[in-house]
Design a protein around this ligand. Structure first.
Ligand code: CMC
Length: 392
């Protein structure tokens, strides 16, 4: 039909306008509200980035203090919600638990159903940003059979998450400030990325007027896939499977051959065709963390650098403009920090929550927003009659 264009995978379709994040994939530029990601990653902390993404400007000291206080007011979970965890199998993947628990927040905050009220939207957004670390850390504690550690509001956002992950009732986890800073940077680099698959999912779910907890739960479901946020976990599994630099060429060969649809995890991006600016910053953090922890000779990091070098000299990767993306390094950093592989994508979800709620809020604040309703190219059987004797 001439009425609409056919664009599977939205390669050339802009689904909305937005004032939040800008990407120039050819030049490797990423801006949050106009500010380059490199400057934000070096000069700001994650709470300031949350404020920036939600409100459009960096917070002054007093604005930050009050925003931070608001987030901290909402870090706990309703005790009734804590009981949900015991309904899951212990070996459930934390992302499976998060899809369920975040969606279940809808059952606790009835005012969130009224999305026409800006103050209700703001409250839901704050609740989501505040509770995601608690939800993620509890999923981990449940998985390993340890008691839940409740949030502690005298700690920073990143520090509090590490506390809930690694403290025990008998002993507090003491986080190295450099490790806290590295986690904060991971959160900053993953906070928003314009119309990626999970954000588009949140927008599409929200376009029907659904409540923000249900929408973010849909975003988490989409993020989980290995082509998107699940790539950091998949990348680490790949590095472990390769195991030794002597086997890199074998895996490069597999990735180049189209026989088994095998891909190098952590390589390639739909928009970045030059380099991923987040990957550069993550690589820098990776070196810092490994130095702090005395892991410069870390086997997997050396393997990753060698894989990167070989791939970047290979015609297959050069002609297709396939570069390491942010997930290539974030897994190695998190592993060095002692974060288990199954939590990598959950941490991505924690970070991206602010992007999801900022984009959702931007959409529903626009009085002219429409329900998202793509068209299709029908390839089935043309119209036909049901035969009178079809049961025979
Ligand atoms: N390894 C080997 N070949 C690849 C890879 C890869 N990682 N990525 C793309 N290609 C090839 C692909 O086979 C195709 O080749 P050909 O033209 O011969 O058919 C060409 O490059 C273009 O690929 P595409 O699938 O059309 O590109 P896309 O824009 O649809 O996909 C992507 C982008 C990120 C899904 C893809 O590059 C990929 O699957 N990468 C691995 C998973 C990954 O690291 N994902 C994280 C993305 S960044 C963080 C995030 O946003 O979550």
């Amino acid at each position: 039909s001439g009425l609409f264009t056919y664009d599977p995978g939205f390669l050339s379709t802009a689904s909305n306008s937005s004032e939040i994040t800008f990407i120039d994939g050819d030049k490797g530029i990423l801006l949050y509200r106009g500010y380059p990601i490199e400057q934000l990653a070096r000069q700001c902390d994650f709470v300031e980035i949350c404020y920036l993404l939600m409100h459009g400007e960096l917070p002054k000291e007093s604005e930050k203090a009050s925003f931070d206080k608001d987030i901290k007011h909402h870090t706990m979970l309703h005790e009734q919600l804590v009981k949900f965890y015991s309904g899951f199998r212990r070996d459930a993947h934390p992302m499976a638990v998060m899809v369920g628990v975040v969606g279940a927040l809808s059952a606790f905050y009835h005012e969130a159903m009224d999305i026409s009220d800006a103050s209700h939207r703001e409250l839901s957004a704050m609740r989501l940003i505040a509770k995601l670390p608690t939800i993620a850390a509890m999923a981990y504690k449940y998985n390993i059979g340890q008691p839940y550690i409740y949030p502690r509001n005298n700690l920073s956002y990143a520090e509090n998450f590490l506390h809930m992950m690694f403290s025990l009732p008998t002993e507090d986890y003491k986080a190295d400030p450099k490790i806290v800073r590295a986690l904060d940077r991971i959160l900053i680099l993953h906070a928003d990325h314009e119309q990626n698959a999970s954000t588009s999912t949140v927008r599409l779910a929200g376009s029907s007027g659904a409540n923000p907890f249900a929408c973010v739960s849909a975003g988490i479901a989409c993020l989980w896939g290995p082509a998107h946020g699940g790539a950091n976990e998949a990348c680490l599994h790949m590095l472990e499977e390769i195991g030794d630099v002597s086997r890199i060429n074998e895996y490069i060969k597999r990735a180049k051959s189209k026989d088994e649809n095998y891909r190098l995890m952590g390589f390639g991006h739909r928009v970045y065709k030059n380099f991923d600016p987040r990957a550069k910053l993550m690589r820098e953090t990776c070196h810092e963390v490994l130095n702090v922890l005395g892991l410069q000779n870390d086997r997997l990091f050396k393997l990753a650098l060698e894989l990167e070098r070989i791939a970047l000299e290979d015609d297959y990767f050069i002609t297709r403009k396939l570069y390491p993306n942010v997930d290539f390094y974030s897994g190695i950093v998190q592993r060095a920090m002692g974060i288990p592989t199954i939590m990598f994508t959950a941490i991505f979800a924690m970070a991206r929550t602010v992007g999801w709620v900022a984009q959702w809020n931007e959409m529903v604040s626009d009085p002219d927003y429409k329900i998202g309703r793509p068209r299709q190219l029908y390839t089935g059987t043309p119209m036909r009659d049901v035969p009178a004797d079809f049961r025979k």
